[in-house]
Design a protein around this ligand. Sequence first.
Ligand SMILES: C[S@@+](CC[C@H](N)C(=O)[O-])C[C@H]1O[C@@H](n2cnc3c(N)ncnc32)[C@H](O)[C@@H]1O
Length: 286
Amino acid sequence: MADLDDLGLTALGVAWARAAESSRDDALFDDPLAEAIARIRPRGSEFGGDDGTDERGSAKIRAMYDWIVARTVFLDEVFAAAVAAGITQFVILGSGLDGRGFRLDFGSGAKLFEVDRPSVVEVKEDLVAQSGLAPTVERRVVASDLADDWLRALQGKGFRADLPSAWLAEGLFVYLPDGLGLRVIEGITAASESGSRIGVTVRRAASSVVDDSAADPFADVRKLWRSDVDVAQHVDAAGWDCELSDTREVLAAHGRSLSEAAGAQESATLLSGVRRQRGHGTIDRS
Ligand SMILES: C[S@@+](CC[C@H](N)C(=O)[O-])C[C@H]1O[C@@H](n2cnc3c(N)ncnc32)[C@H](O)[C@@H]1O
């Protein structure tokens, strides 16, 4: 199997967290692809077993775990609302090892486009084949760096900008240089018919303070965080009616409180939005 680079490994960490959640008696979702991935590429110290970190490290792991569970549930609901609204085109940008194509009900005739860098797509499709799982939707995989002409690649796979669509960018913008993040927001907006939906992770989990100490199990991941762009402000300005939520609120709505250890950490922000009528945003290329 091809190797994942440091950026690709962040997707593996998210899959491990989803596998851990799926195995709980009170799981808020069941992700069979994540569970298969955790069997094929067994988890590292994060999200399972004795992680060997001190109390501060454990608190950061709990905070990251809560964040991944909350954002998964929140963004599942964005897609569910899109299905209920009759949308049949779904796009996940920076899809990593996302298992939604194997666990959500997208309704009949729907297409799910998953966009990530070619090296990640290659590893994912290999894992999918090994898992033996059947998708719940027609999956169309788009191997493209978002720095390249990903919109053309997406359209090449059958995406239609004249139909409403639903977009997710989960754990993505933080890894994009500011200029690229803004271009991606422009690209999504330009390709989104009125009534399209969007769900985005806006702000990172746990402490936003960079902590290179041994107590920070995510020190290597933090080094990859590049953007501080105000995603919510830019999505809103581009022409979307947005609502914000956060880790604590999402978990509470599902009967779970933030882990005690993570409670002192920052609660991170999530955005859902609906595309306004074209002409009501600052970016409109139609
Ligand atoms: C933390 S992972 C999140 C994966 C997935 N969204 C999830 O939540 O399971 C970040 C993902 O963003 C992808 N990514 C980062 N920069 C990218 C770029 N320039 N073009 C395409 N994908 C990118 C990485 O390859 C990686 O799969």
